[in-house]
Design a binder for this molecule. Sequence first.
Ligand SMILES: Nc1nc2c(ncn2[C@@H]2O[C@H](COP(=O)(O)OP(=O)(O)OP(=O)(O)O)[C@@H](O)[C@H]2O)c(=O)[nH]1
Length: 668
Amino acid sequence: MQPFGAVAAVDSACRRVHSVSANLGALLDISLPEPDKLSLSCLLGKRLSQRLRRAMQGRENLPAPLTFVRQTHGRNERYQIHALRSGSQVLVEIEPLQALGKWRLLGAVNERLMKLADATHQEELLDNLVGSIQELTGYDRVVVCHFDSDWHGLILAEALGGRLPTILGQRFPASEFPVALRHAYERNPIRYIQDLEAPSVGFLPKSAAPSLEDSLLRAPAPDRVRYLQNLNVHGSLSLAMQGDAGLWGMVVCHAATPYPTPPPVRDAVRALVQMATQRLLLLRARQEARYLQRVQDSLVLSSTDRKEPQSPEQLLSAQAEIWMELFRAHGVALWIGGNSYLAGNSPAPTVINQLVKRLTRTHDHSGPWCSRELAKNPLTSSLTMDKQCGLLAVPLPFSPDERGWLLFFRPQQVETLYWAMQPSPNHPSPNQPSVLTLPSPSTAWYEEVVGKSEAWQRVERLAAVDLGEDLTLAISAYEISKLNGYLEQERKALAEANQRLEQLAHFDPLTQVWNRYRIEQAIDAELVAAKRYGAHFGLLLFDVDHFKEINDTHGHALGDDVLVALARMVEGSLRGCDHLGRWGGEEFIVLAKHADLEALIGLAERLRELVTMLSVDGLSKPLTVSIGVAAWQPDDSCKSMVARADEAMYRAKHGGRNRVEVAAREVL
Ligand SMILES: Nc1nc2c(ncn2[C@@H]2O[C@H](COP(=O)(O)OP(=O)(O)OP(=O)(O)O)[C@@H](O)[C@H]2O)c(=O)[nH]1
């Protein structure tokens, strides 16, 4: 461990001391008893160790450092204690607190915190942060290093104090930040090296030396020492910037010479980094929310503009440009039910079909699929997509067994990366710690990246999924409206067919008056009403006289014309409540409502006379009819009424035709 502080490793209850760093006695100016007799009270005094015990109960770390004053080397010295759990032990770290002298912390920190809280853009925020930390601490170089999705670090912001060169814009390979180191930062966000070359201090007893993995006072590993020496760095302070989904980046302070940074200054830097990280997350969340909203609006606005739901072609032709801009794509395609709809620089439909087949086979969950190296991806490498380098594919959940696809294509993006150092070829895996090959401390290594598109950002993938869901709804609405259109047509056709069937069922096809079945129904209904309410009604059964002769003389067609003309004329002469029906052949029946015998006879005579005046083209002789009249009588049935009318009509025929006869039993 580093010599500027001391550590005691104690049991989990903070009572028994297992081991102490060899410099602890000198730091506190006490002579240490035999290790097996050591307790925390011997080291810190009863009251302080009780305070520490209470503060550590149920906690992983001391929430705030404890300070104490003690007579050391004849003077009152102030110390600061920090404690953390490490496995089954608690590490108690003790550091002397020198008078701050040139450090004027409180006012300066507050002022800088306010400035950070006011920043409205990431760049402004990070520049403020590194500037503030550099001014506050006096380090020679303060940078913000951001991790990309492959854990390579990129220096996004930098403030220089004069003695170290710039590394702004440089990349550090992921091997610099192995998983174990990243996890250590998650547990303890600060790592500090006061003097790279200071001899490290051992533990007493040696056999009980604790693991200092998460301790602030641990000495740097030999690899780290070599690495920092290569960078001309002899003192450093690093702080994690913890994002929602893991480590977002780090603030790294470098000094060209050993550089003590008192605990309160480190705490102040930590407060600044925490505030900046919160602000950064907020700014990014706002930016993402604005982006997601724009993507969502792109579809909503297009569909509210139009009243009718839009087809996939219409949607694509209206929105492709804006979608390509939002997703930084040069082509977009929709694949629905075997049909491809393309815009911009998309592959041929046959290629899209193959692509979709493969995606559907291998990608069975609902999330998006993406690649920035289509030519290298086993799923796509054999497909002809020369102009496309990146693909973001979102399944559209139309139904459990049918998925559509929304596909965004990106072109190749040739990029020159400026690496601070070249990873050793023996360590090709980015997540393995590696010994770095540094050509010379200040020589950077340029890499031209070809065959890759821009990376698909997390927020872009989220937005594409949102858009996919909205598109599915919009296209389903269109399909439903199309189906409704078909159903409406079917419904109309069915109504027409029903109407035709009803016509056939109830109307005589030649004369278009009611047929026998329908007029019988009407007579039956009238019989029921008459029985109930006693309203009078009657039937007029009439038959064309010598109709056979008309047929024989003028032909059957003219006979038909006569029947049609007769029906039209009679129908036109009846009241709205009366009905005419064809009884069969050249026989017709009139159902006359609200009519007693006298009225029936009057109607019959009127009709008979009208018939004689009917003129039909081609007919040489006047037309006449013989009419039998039957008035309703209680206990009548349809059959009995028609039979009586028939008998009367028969008499009219025999009485010389062109006559009206009343049924025998009727009394006037
Ligand atoms: N053109 C035509 N003729 C029909 C139709 N229905 C029945 N007829 C004919 O009407 C004629 C009826 O003849 P008959 O029953 O002998 O009666 P009629 O010649 O009218 O003589 P009377 O009734 O005694 O005056 C038959 O020749 C039938 O073929 C039809 O729809 N169209």
